[in-house]
Design a protein around this ligand. Sequence first.
Ligand code: G3I
Length: 323
Amino acid sequence: AGLSVVALAAGKKYFGSATDNPELTDTAYVAELSNTKDFNQITPGNSMKWDATEPSRGTFTFSGGDAVVALAKKNGQLVRGHNCVWHNQLPSWVTSGNFDNATLTSIVQTHCSTVVGHYKGQICKYSPPHSWDVINEPFNDDGTWRSDVFYNTMGSSYVAVALRAARAADPAAKLYINDYNIEGTGAKSTAMVNLVKSLKASGVPIDGIGVQAHLIVGQVPSTLQANLEQFTALGVEVAITELDIRMTLPETAALRQQQKQDYQSVIAACKAVAGCVGVTIWDYTDKYSWVPGTFSGQGAACPWDANLVKKPAYDGIVAGWQS
Ligand code: G3I
């Protein structure tokens, strides 16, 4: 501790946190989120998603996302847009509309181009340029396509439709496909490799693969670095986009030490791979982590505890950037 995380990563990689609008009324929380010695990047955890931005067809609302961007601008922080097309947090007009292929194609184009276009040039210039998770979670864990309204109506063409619309709306934004359980090598990572290869072969714009990294203490995949390298070998960048490392509660000193090692391993893997542009933790404090609400009996996944006090995991992050 005492070292600036951002200084350690300086000029080469970013380090950031997800946040969400209800948290922005917590002044102690915002003070640390705005501490640019620790964070030079923010991802809105919910407020740029489809249900928030286009709650009814053709009616767009950007107030939540705009508030996060305004904070990041004030702080001089980079923003990752999250996300354009995802099976979850969709308004019912999309999921229950029974649209045909042509209509849903048009809906996806309008959604992506309007949302990405809204934020064009709105985000302060940093290196690397700001990024969008255009496609979120397209695959099942076995590497097959997820059966959702987009795939079931448009086949895999929805990926290219969304990426092309995003590129046209903001040519400077780095366009990503983002997924979980692609940290190590395996069927799902192979599916991602094959998708990116086929997009590139077809001239579809794709700049990066987002590796979410919702991990479990003691279970960081040993193939993480090799897997990031297999992604960057495709000619795209990678980012660790949603890092947290959960444990079965209660939190013990031993678990905290293992978690410190695990955070260090993930940061060190990104540091070691030239094409890994940065790491985002999926909120920095256990106070606002999504984990306990989803995984019963698990939590303590973040580097800061629920009182906003740094845990050993923070020192692991510093050590990872120093490695
Ligand atoms: O907005 C409603 C609010 O009106 C209602 O009163 C409240 C009561 O439950 O729910 C609110 O919606 C919640 C929403 O977050 C906004 O706070 C949903 O219940 C809740 O399920 C939703 O959780 C989000 C989750 O995505 C949804 O899948 C998490 O905050 C968000 O951190 C999480 O983020 C995802 C990434 O986008 C993609 N990768 C996985 C990651 C973790 O699930």
